[in-house]
Design a protein around this ligand. Structure first.
Ligand code: ADP
Ligand code: 5GP
Length: 193
């Protein structure tokens, strides 16, 4: 059986990466799509594992070569999903998580209507702000842009099939794993909200 595309989206600082890591550890049928980006690596990020880090020129060449399933500009940088690797995972029966922002999520939904759409958010904008400043990876300016975008993103949450409100860590972790397990094992579609 071919795997399923899974889009995970939501504001920066919502806890998407944290929850995705937990799901990947718990559900062997899942794979992670490593995106390409023009943003600079954060301390600890590894090229090819966290992102494929490209110059703007290289990224534009990949666009011209039609290598992306979707791509978008976010907070001044380009981000995109290389399509070939995703197809290999799906053909091998693994379901693939794309951790992408809203414009990309909409492109995937339009191209692949069978994709499962999962929205992750913190309980409030204030909490999103606290988490972003706690993570301490963004400049003041980048944090402002990300928080402004967060308002638009939360307004679009009805476009998704599932929503995880990441308040209590353990509870959100369990919820995420349950959702991913059900999608990746071809769970009962009738149970989808
Ligand atoms: P995203 O991938 O959505 O940008 P991260 O997973 O990097 O978000 O999480 C942002 C920050 O919030 C990190 O420092 C992370 O440790 C923290 N965090 C994640 N989940 C929770 C939670 N449920 N409660 C409090 N802090 C959290
Ligand atoms: P960050 O810079 O915090 O790693 O990511 C910023 C935003 O870009 C996040 O919302 C993340 O989900 C999104 N993103 C990461 N990879 C991709 C991608 O391949 N395509 C799109 N459209 N968004 C991405």
């Amino acid at each position: 059986m071919r795997g399923r595309l899974i889009v995970v989206s939501g504001p920066s600082g919502a806890g998407k990466s944290t929850l995705i890591r937990a799901a990947l550890d718990a559900v062997p049928q899942l794979a992670y799509s490593v995106s390409a980006t023009t943003r600079a690596p954060r301390p600890g990020e590894v090229d090819g594992r966290d992102y494929v880090f490209l110059s703007r020129e290289e990224f534009e060449r990949w666009i011209a070569e039609d290598r992306f399933l979707e791509w978008a500009e976010y907070s001044g940088n380009l981000y995109g999903t290389p399509e070939q690797k995703v197809e290999e995972f799906l053909d091998g029966g693994r379901s693939v998580i794309l951790e992408i922002e809203l414009q990309g999520a909409r492109q995937v939904r339009a191209k692949r209507p069978d994709a499962a759409m999962v929205f992750v958010r913190a309980p409030s904008l204030d909490e999103t702000r606290r988490r972003l400043s706690g993570r301490a990876t963004e400049t003041e300016e980048a944090m402002k842009t990300r928080l402004a975008t967060a308002v638009e993103e939360v307004a679009a949450r009805d476009e998704f099939d599932y929503e995880v409100v990441n308040g209590d860590r353990e509870r959100a972790r369990r919820e995420m794993i349950e959702i991913m397990e059900s999608i990746a094992t071809g769970g009962n579609d009738a149970a989808r909200p």
